[in-house]
Design a protein around this ligand. Structure first.
Ligand code: MRU
Length: 345
């Protein structure tokens, strides 16, 4: 089967699988400008921390393509502006800022070169970012598979698969690897209200890979955990603080609390690009709030009364004391988190 590619740069265009429409419609969203890319991230055509990072890098490439015929000074000014617009597309996943910073350092280091060479170097850097993510996905999958027991029932939240990354996935990558390595596993996928990344995207990926699984409403998870039906919980991350506190899709924190009460191992699977070495604890993580409509409407149909107020944070922070380990491409990090996370820098 052809590997699923959520992000592809072809003929000077960025092609994204439109994740707003999956699984009913499988359509490509074409980006020809950096503004298209900013929109695609903000409107969640593409989502998932590593996928957002790689996409933003190509946004910088498209900006350079647009501005490369301008006079030098204007080129650099416009690139600055484009980078800061892309940087603000979504606030929580640090991979976005990480990728933009990496692209900005290429611009900085090449300031003496011709604008055309800067453009070519930016294109190379974006390809490197994409390919590095593909590679780290594989490494995380291998490390993660070590802690998956045979016959494990695994609970996962949100979508952390090929759609959320450039390659194999993070938490779902570990699940794919365990399945491919011949382990007899069973997956419970939370539907993940309000945007249903689990119900629409994880379920779609699990079906494509023929991984034995069931979709559950988020509110079922606690009962399954209490009833000893879950051996392991694997989730992704959008930003990890130096002390190990981890922001991930809303609902993750709640799972971690129940897991701790009932003694179920709770692992984060994330590349080191998701670690924010500039923040000490989860309290410093900005949590995105999204539109009321995500909660008041289901499938475009209003289900809540008109003018009902809504609180819709897209992420929450799981304190590190609830986390059994963080599976990265460099190995599995465990307590003491601050000391061990700093070793990854
Ligand atoms: O709002 P989303 O869909 O971008 O949120 C995605 C998640 O929370 C994922 O769990 C996280 O990005 C890790 S995915 C590899």
């Amino acid at each position: 089967m052809k590997e699923l590619m959520a992000i592809e740069y072809k003929n000077n265009k960025l092609l994204l699988i439109d994740q707003r429409k999956l699984p009913t419609i499988n359509e490509i969203f074409e980006c020809t400008t950096y503004q298209d890319v900013e929109f695609a991230i903000r409107d969640m055509v593409v989502r998932g921390a590593p996928a957002i990072g790689a996409t933003a890098a190509y946004g910088v490439v498209l900006a350079a393509k647009e501005f490369k015929d301008l006079e030098r000074k204007e080129f650099f000014n416009n690139m600055d502006k484009a980078c800061s617009i892309l940087n603000k597309a979504r606030p929580t996943a640090v991979n976005l800022m990480w990728a933009i910073n990496r692209m900005k350092s290429v611009i900085e280091q090449n300031k003496e070169m011709s604008v055309n060479d800067v453009y070519n170097n930016l294109k190379d850097e974006a390809h490197i970012i994409l390919n590095e993510d593909i590679k780290t996905n594989r490494q995380m999958a291998v490390h993660g598979n070590e802690i998956v027991p045979n016959n494990a029932a695994i609970l996962t939240h949100c979508n952390t698969g090929a759609l959320a990354t450039a390659g194999y996935g993070t938490a779902l990558g570990v699940i794919r690897e365990a399945h491919k390595s011949g382990k007899n596993i069973f997956v419970f996928a939370d539907e993940t209200r309000p945007r249903l990344q689990g119900g629409r995207l994880t379920a779609w990926e699990l079906k494509q890979e023929n991984i034995p699984s069931k979709l559950i409403a988020d509110s079922v998870a606690a009962t399954l955990i209490r009833d000893k039906k879950i051996d392991l919980i694997l989730v992704g991350a959008d930003r990890i603080a130096v002390n190990g506190d981890t922001a991930n899709k809303i609902g993750t924190f709640m799972l971690s609390v129940v897991a701790k009460v009932y003694g179920v191992p709770f692992y984060i699977v994330a590349p080191t690009t998701t670690i924010d070495f500039d923040i000490d604890t989860g309290e410093e993580i900005e949590i995105e709030e999204r539109a009321d409509q995500e909660v008041t409407h289901v499938g475009g149909v209003r289900v809540a009364p008109e003018e009902m107020d809504v609180y819709n944070p897209a992420f929450d922070v799981t304190p590190s004391e609830n986390i059994t380990g963080i599976i990265t491409e460099k190995g599995i990090v465990r307590e003491p988190y601050r000391e061990n996370i700093l070793k990854l820098k």
